[in-house]
Design a protein around this ligand. Structure first.
Ligand SMILES: [Zn+2]
Length: 288
């Protein structure tokens, strides 16, 4: 499903959006190159990172997350591949939120490439994308890791050769992510963070390539921070409930003291996801 809420963003907890970082465009790993889309906002940080994946001697490339339906951006993606002598053979989506997927149909028109996604509504062509899939193309291997939580259809893509994990909105380059209203789940999200941490513990990760924000060269530290941050937030929500707060708005006012208005709706969704999580564990007070 396409998003009816924020595609990505911070939950207002940390530094949040600092100025644009031109360094993201053109960054990446040996096999992955970032083409930054021109859609910066408090919810998308510097914009959406579109990733071009190809081995150095490959004549084809894969695209992960075409980004918004922005003609200039999509043409630049095609051009960057073309300049390296490559045609785009497949388009993959980390999830269906508009800021990642809206340009997929147009990019497919421009390239003839199929679109593969976990959610059938976002596919063009016969092939889906799911946990355990291995894509061998563009001279490299991509392994699909199901990482639901930010949204039900969220997945991450591991480039084993590079030790690189494309995280979509599950882990962002700055701040922390939100659990999307409606189809996100904190229970799933915590499990997904643990799965990523386990890849890191096995020594398989050297860098995280997020859907927004800069490349993260220390995956273990980032994942530990995300896991600790979630535990801390849950404790704060428990404390707010104990103090008598009941609605997400009340809890946000108490817990997110330095929040800016632009990210407040996302913070309320995030608190609602935490309330749902606590409810599923029987931890909500009877009147909540
Ligand atoms: Zn998203």
């Amino acid at each position: 499903m396409t998003t009816d809420g924020p595609g990505a963003g911070t939950d207002g907890s940390s530094a949040g959006t600092s100025g644009p970082d031109a360094g993201i465009d053109g960054s990446g790993s040996a096999l992955a190159l970032c083409v930054l889309a021109p859609n910066p906002s408090p919810m998308t940080l510097d914009g959406t990172n579109t990733w071009l994946i190809a081995a150095p001697d490959s004549t084809v490339a894969l695209v992960v997350d075409p980004g918004p339906d922005d003609e200039g951006h999509l043409r630049r993606v095609v051009q960057q591949a073309g300049q390296a002598g490559r045609r785009i053979a497949q388009i993959l989506l980390t999830h269906g939120h508009d800021d990642h997927s809206a340009g997929a149909r147009r990019l497919a028109d421009l390239t003839g490439a199929p679109v593969r996604a976990a959610d059938p509504a976002h596919r063009l062509g016969a092939e889906g994308l799911g946990d355990g899939d291995v894509i061998e193309a563009a001279g490299s291997e991509l392994r699909v890791i199901g990482t639901p939580g930010h949204s039900r259809d969220s997945l991450s893509l591991l480039l084993p050769e590079d030790g690189a994990l494309l995280t979509g909105d599950t882990v962002l380059g700055r701040g922390t992510t939100v659990i999307a209203g409606g189809d996100g789940s904190l229970t799933d999200y915590l499990r997904s963070l643990d799965a990523m941490k386990s890849l890191s513990d096995q020594g398989l990760l050297r860098v995280l390539l997020p859907g927004h924000g800069p490349v993260l060269p220390d995956p273990a530290a980032v994942l530990e921070y995300y896991i600790a941050h979630r535990a801390e937030r849950l404790d704060q929500v428990r404390a707010a409930l104990a103090a008598g707060d009941r609605t997400p708005a009340e809890i946000v006012t108490r817990v997110y003291t330095e929040i800016t208005p632009a990210v407040r709706p996302a913070a309320e969704l995030s608190v609602q996801a935490q309330l749902d999580y606590l409810a599923s564990r029987g931890e909500l007070p009877p009147s909540a």
